[in-house]
Design a protein around this ligand. Structure first.
Ligand SMILES: *Cc1c(COP(=O)(O)O)cnc(C)c1O
Length: 468
């Protein structure tokens, strides 16, 4: 232990009254600066005790470090991370990232009053849905649209409005659980709908639905089996067939699409049919609902589109008040929808779509650039470009692997598990994958400047590794 170094540890009150700290008090509340300084000093003390440092930083250095921590939002529990996993709509990392302009627009709306429920033309109360309804109708061809807090809420609200005390036919192959707490049978019973299971786990035929209608079913519910894929001897009934079966009796066709595309997936290089909201409607679905923060690439929301008479009934359900979307999500959604009017614009402006559509070649180039940067700046590092598969994530495109490239990293003397942990426990956590005793960094999900931050993080780790 270096006791002369410990003696140089600055006192908290001396630090807090130092002129260098003054600018911080202009920008952040006193209590927050104080807490951050205390944490920083505690870390210095433990570093000095463990001989991890050989000199004490100056007050100027300390104030710069504290300032950086405050800027990074390090003091918060909910904060930015760097997603180096290659999973785009990562459920645990907040699903879709917003683009800079969208985030700025959300900030502008948040920082003041806004037109949330105010009609500026008429000078009177307006509707929260008015900001996105026309856009959604124009893009999907729907007669009417509304949005709620999330898609789970949308499914519940739709069933509670249109299927309460009615028999609802669902294929046994679609009685899925999504994300642990969203289970179709439970949502149905809580909404007041009576579930009639049709078909079998792997195969459901048109006749199964027809028989359910004969037995009194007034609603046919289709659920996208988002987070798993059945292979082999399987069969399900698609929307055109469901609609043909439902029509004669006047039964409704409802579709929980989960992750909805506003245009065909081929525009972002994904070879996958289905998922296109407008197509489901034109094929005869009466109501379609989907998430705002999956393939739409916006904030959390549950979007409901379909026949006007039905959407109007849903809007009038009192539960809508409990599931209502907040103004910040709505601001992000309106702007994202404006970008969604053309696939080319969407692909450029919506980060989730931009990331999914990155080709293997583009990933490879970025990986090569990152690997070269790492080798220049990080002493002793081994960084190789390797071929990998990425995922859209969020249960949006199960079974679809996206060809990709990543940087495979080894720091001599540090195991992959320890390296993963060191990267994860930084003030801006870097979330990586571990594969075959190395750490993988996928460029697909890196946002601007993330690569530089990864290089400086690994440069620090390598210096410490060498010292040991
Ligand atoms: C994701 C998903 C949901 C839940 O949507 P949230 O927006 O997360 O509430 C419901 N149904 C399906 C089919 C899904 O894929």
């Amino acid at each position: 232990m270096n006791s002369s170094l410990l003696k140089k540890l600055p006192k908290i009150d001396v630090l807090l009254s130092a002129p260098e700290m003054r600018v911080l008090f202009e920008r952040y509340p006193y209590a927050i600066v104080k807490e951050t300084v205390q944490e920083y000093i505690a870390k210095l003390r433990s570093d000095a005790l463990a001989d991890r440092i050989s000199s004490m930083p100056s007050i100027g250095d300390i104030s710069a470090a504290v300032s950086k921590k405050l800027e990074n939002g390090d003091i918060y529990s909910l904060k930015r991370v760097i997603n180096a996993t290659g999973v785009v709509l990562h459920t645990n990392l907040g699903r879709a990232p917003l683009g800079r302009e969208v985030a700025q627009h959300v900030a502008d709306v948040a920082a003041g009053y806004c037109t949330l429920e105010y009609d500026v033309e008429k000078g009177e109360r307006g509707s929260r849905y008015s900001h996105v309804e026309k856009l959604l109708c124009d893009i999907t061809g729907a007669e009417a649209a509304m949005v709620v807090n999330n898609n789970a809420g949308a499914v519940f609200l739709i069933l509670n409005t249109l299927a309460k005390e009615k028999k609802v036919a669902v294929s046994r192959g679609e009685l899925v659980e999504i994300g642990g707490s969203f289970r179709v049978p439970e949502i149905m019973s809580q909404s007041g709908a009576e579930l009639i299971e049709v078909g079998t786990t792997n195969k459901t035929h048109p006749e199964d639905y027809a028989k359910a209608i004969e037995n009194g079913a007034e609603v046919l519910l289709k659920v996208h089996t988002s987070n798993f894929k059945m292979l082999g001897f399987t069969e399900s009934v698609d929307i055109p067939e469901l609609s043909a079966i439902a029509k004669p009796s006047g039964a409704l066709v409802l579709y929980d699409l989960g992750a909805g595309f506003l245009f065909p997936a081929e525009h972002i290089g994904i070879n996958e049919e289905g998922h296109v909201v407008g197509k489901c409607l034109s094929q005869g679905a009466d109501i379609v609902c989907f998430s705002g923060d999956k393939l739409l690439g916006s904030s959390q929301a549950g979007v409901i589109v379909g026949r006007k008479e039905l959407v109007d009934r849903i809007k009038k359900n009192h539960l809508t008040r409990m599931l209502r979307i907040d103004k910040l999500c709505l601001a992000a959604l309106e702007m994202t929808l404006k970008y969604s009017v053309s696939p080319d614009l969407a692909k450029k402006s919506i980060p989730a779509l931009e990331e999914i559509s990155m080709t293997e070649g583009e990933c490879r180039n970025k990986a090569a650039e990152l690997a070269a940067g790492l080798k220049t700046s990080c002493h002793g590092i081994i960084a190789d470009v390797v071929q990998t598969k990425d995922e859209a994530g969020g249960g949006s495109l199960p079974g679809v692997e996206i060809d990709s490239a990543a940087v495979e990293i080894v720091v001599p003397g540090i195991s992959a598990a320890v390296l993963e942990e060191k990267l994860r426990k930084r003030s801006v956590p870097i979330i990586t994958r571990v594969s075959r005793d190395s750490v993988l960094i996928s460029p697909r999900t890196l946002r601007e400047n993330d690569a530089e931050e990864i290089i400086s993080a690994l440069a620090e780790i390598c210096i410490c590794g060498v010292k040991k």
